[in-house]
Design a protein around this ligand. Structure first.
Ligand code: SF4
Length: 437
């Protein structure tokens, strides 16, 4: 196939006055045939589920399954006090439980000797029920990257990836078991959505990672690294579309940032990403929690993005970018645009220019682009762009005034990079042999 770059609008744009609607009229008019190679997205080795009209099926609602046990991290501070009272103990015990869980990373009644021995087991079972059973752990980068496979109470499998970098420790968390967004390049999307995770199941991934770090289980800390020995950054780039599980993800984020009754993390260190669920992006902007917002765009033109990110059939590129810009206006937090560079599919120079045009049309200084080199996969259409092509893509954006940096794809050696988190057959076998705790 040949590439079909749209003709770019050459009309000079003026700076946008504060509060004025964005000038987003970057025209994509009928292209000329330039002879540039264009690979089109398609699934390999699996069939995308389709709706009645033949379009990739999108699943927004979580299938009905047994709910996970209610846990302290699912509740507000006031609800925790009420629940402790219901269990027959004075309300202040809730604070002690919070301290054990969020500071000492334990759910083991035997560690909680400051609680009365009588009724302690029942209290802990009622407030801190087990949520995740570890099935497998894979290490790479000399122990600086660890992928966990977890089994939930109903047997659903999810993963998280823990990464130590100089000065920070990042955890990539899952927010759903499976995913309903059906992206053709994504291993997680193949199986569809199993169910939404609860807020506590999301938080528990962090608490378990913190426990491992505190026990010295994450690689080697360099001598001049003064970062704390706990997870400092969260990225919602594991399994699932976080904004399709909005209420639980936001409860989890509230617990993460709560200094008095939660993990006390910095909101800036938390990145919520989405493939572009526009109404939920608007909702997120109205929350009073300035998390970092990332839009997984992967294509600046609807022609390609409709196929690459099926949710684009609901909300188009321009709508998603408008919502991203509105997020910046509301929060003052610079937005990240994620862009997986895929050879001959979305890595063309004209697409870099079109992306720059669309971002600049919405003002300056509000956005940062992170192109992500894909794994080289010989024989697959889903393979890495050539390095000079990657560099040219980045150069064009930077030259157009859009800060752009190639992202580190740590974790890809263990299939832990974005869109690759899915249980393998081997994982399923290991999970079947692991009883739920
Ligand atoms: S890329 Fe993200 S949104 Fe798309 S199917 Fe995979 S996990 Fe879901």
């Amino acid at each position: 196939m040949t590439d079909q770059p749209p003709v770019r609008s050459t009309t000079p744009r003026q700076a946008r006055p504060a509060g004025a609607p964005a000038d987003t009229a970057v025209r994509e008019t009928k292209p000329k045939d330039t002879g540039i190679r264009q690979v089109r997205p398609k699934t390999e080795g699996w069939q995308q589920a389709k709706d009645e009209s033949g379009r990739p099926l999108l699943q927004f609602a979580s299938p009905k399954r047994g709910k996970p046990p209610v846990h302290l991290a699912d509740m507000t501070a006031a609800e925790r006090v009420e629940k402790v009272k219901e269990l027959g103990l004075p309300g202040f015990r809730a604070k002690q439980l919070e301290k054990h869980y969020f500071t000492h990373y334990t759910s083991d009644a035997a560690d909680m000797t400051d609680l009365p021995a009588s009724g302690r087991e029942e209290l802990v079972a009622g407030m801190l029920p087990p949520l995740l059973t570890e099935v497998r752990r894979l290490e790479t980068d000399r122990g600086d990257t660890i992928k966990f496979l977890w089994k939930l109470h109903d047997g659903a499998l999810v993963e998280s990836v823990l990464m130590r970098y100089p000065g920070r420790i990042t955890l990539c968390v899952s927010s759903q078991a499976g995913c309903g967004m059906n992206c053709p390049f994504c291993a997680t999307g193949q199986a569809g959505l199993t169910r939404n995770m609860s807020a506590a199941e999301i938080v528990e991934q962090i608490v378990r990672a913190n426990a491992l770090i505190a026990a010295g289980g994450l690689g080697g800390k360099k001598r001049d690294d003064h970062s704390l020995d706990r997870v400092s950054n969260i990225v919602f780039m594991g399994m699932g579309e976080p904004l399709a599980n909005y209420a639980r993800v936001m409860q989890a984020v509230r617990v993460m940032v709560d200094k008095e009754h939660g993990l006390g993390m910095s909101a800036r260190g938390i990145t919520v990403s989405t493939v572009g669920l526009v109404p939920a992006i608007k909702k997120l902007a109205d929350e009073d929690i300035p998390v970092t917002f990332a839009l997984s765009l992967h294509a600046p033109d609807d022609g390609l993005r409709d196929e690459l990110i099926p949710v684009n059939s609901r909300w188009k590129v321009d709508e998603a970018l408008d919502a991203a810009r509105a997020y910046f206006d509301k929060t003052g937090r610079r937005v990240s645009i994620e862009y997986a560079l895929i050879k001959d599919m979305n890595d063309h120079a004209w697409r870099a220019d079109l992306l720059a045009d669309k971002l600049n049309a919405r003002g300056r200084g509000w956005v940062h682009v992170n192109p992500i080199p894909l794994n080289p996969t010989p024989g697959s259409i889903w393979t890495a762009s050539e390095v000079p092509v990657q560099n040219e893509f980045v150069r064009r954006l930077n030259d157009a005034g859009i800060p752009t940096t190639l992202r580190d794809t740590r974790g890809k050696e263990i299939d832990g990079a974005c869109g690759q988190l899915v249980a393998t057959e081997e994982d399923e076998v290991a999970a079947a042999a692991t009883p739920v705790s």
